[in-house]
Design a protein around this ligand. Sequence first.
Ligand code: ADP
Length: 602
Amino acid sequence: MKLRRPSWQGLTLALLALAAVLGAGWLSFDASERQGTEALRREANHQLELFAAAVEGVIQRHEAAPATVQLSPEVLALLREPQSAARQAAADLYVRRLNAHLGSLSVFVLNERGLVLASSDAGMQGEDLSFRPFFLEALSGRVGRHFAIDARDGRPGYFVSHPIHDGARVAGVAAIKISLEPINAAWDTLGSPALLADSNQVVILSSEPAWRYTRLAEPSLEQRIDLQLARLYAGQSLPRFPLRVDLRIDEDSQVLEGVLPHGLRQGDGAAPAAAGRPMLVLGRTLNGMDWRLLMFSDLAPVRQDALGMGLLGGLGVGIVLLLGLIVQQRRRLQRQQALAEANRRLQREVAERQQAEATLRQAQDELVHAGKMAALGQLATGITHELAQPLGAIRTLAGNALEFMRRDDLASVQGNLQILTRLADQMGQIIQPLKGFARKSRAQPVRCDVGQALSNALFLYDQRLRQEQVTLQRELEPGQLQAWFDANRLEQVLVNLIGNALDAMQGREGRRLWLDAGRSTEGVWIAVRDNGPGLDEATLGRLFEPFFTTKAAGVGLGLGLAISRDIAREGGGELEALNHPDGGAIFRLTLPHEPRTLRPAD
Ligand code: ADP
């Protein structure tokens, strides 16, 4: 197969195919990523829901405990008589028991100045917690609750407080510190990095130790001062959280690229942690408090799956296009094969036709020759007569010459020999055209003299014309008109036409033969006219048919005109017959004047 230069059309098609492959790849990737992300979101949301419920359980389980403390007469008694050691012991016992019963970190009571009066933890006794927001809240008659790190032992916890009323007055504050360790121990159930931030947007718990005590948002100046005062995080520097998280996300989710802290669980086959990874961030606000639970699901597997689907999609379309191309090529090949087959058939047919033509031409040549022989036969009688006369004269002259020699009359011998020579020449001239006429040859068009051909043909009928007293009206002499034709064959046609004319006029009065010629737009024309009976309708219709003759058997073969027309046409001319208005037939032969340019069909 030849290498073709890429055409614009081919290039465009290739680009379109590429676009289709890329488009299909992108669409598959996009659809798969969407679907994967959606599935991940649903799954993660469900997990988060469960986890949030667990967190709420841990926190809210003991929220009501401080409220019950004010019901304790021991605590009230201590608040009324803080100096009494007995009341102190009773109240301490109560809060210790309560703490043990609840399993909280500590339960304690503060007086209205924020000093610890009674505590399950003996070490807290007398501690000033007046700066803690939970104390201030409860003092104002509300429930206080927040996360804080214990300044004393550095242990974090969730503080819930409740005012203790003595009549209408707030006499003190009951508080409980709840451990958040159960939450910390449960991160594993999520399977993805997650964090819990308190109302100050500070991460208080996280599956990732590095995230703990980082800030999700920059606090306002006011908040900063409040934080300073409350000392909730025990002097932690609170750096910025490493990822830009949209804090409004709740039911919805956020997709972000970022670097997860080293050693995170990033799903199977994860890329090195240093590379930015796509993450799906889901958020939840815990019931009844403004704490936020955030979960960071790894999107990389989803992306990988989507990439696979994208490749598959592109590959699918590519394969379909390739199959289409193969089918098209196959069809083209089949068409080419069919074309080649048709070509071969055509060539075979052409060869057969050429063979048939050659056979026909040969047959034609044979026929022409046969026609000539028939004409020769007809002419034989006349020629024999023509030769008989000079032959008799030669015999007499030769005999006389012998006699003159005997008498030594050399002058007479010389005279006789001269006459003999002339007679021999004359006989040679009679035979000469016959030789050429009888030669079996192929047509060879040349520039030939029409007048000369006419003379040669008439020569053969010289004697007959005289014998039958035919008046010859000849308008064309040698050297006047030329045609592009085989001279031999032209003579043969003329011999035929003249012979037929003489035959037709036989036995009629005032026989006349007109021979005329000239130039026309088609070339050169020659007309042979007689004043015989002319051509009746039936004869006109069949004149040129081979073997059509009205002559007696042995006289006419019926080939003369058929062969003559064939000769005319073969040389690019035509032979037609018509009746002259004054009676008699005219045969009009047209011949090319110039070599004709070959038509492609020939
Ligand atoms: P043939 O001369 O052997 O019969 P031709 O093909 O030459 O064959 O002629 C066919 C017939 O055409 C003749 O038999 C004759 O009837 C008719 N024909 C030919 N030339 C003339 C003519 N000049 N006038 C009348 N009839 C003619």
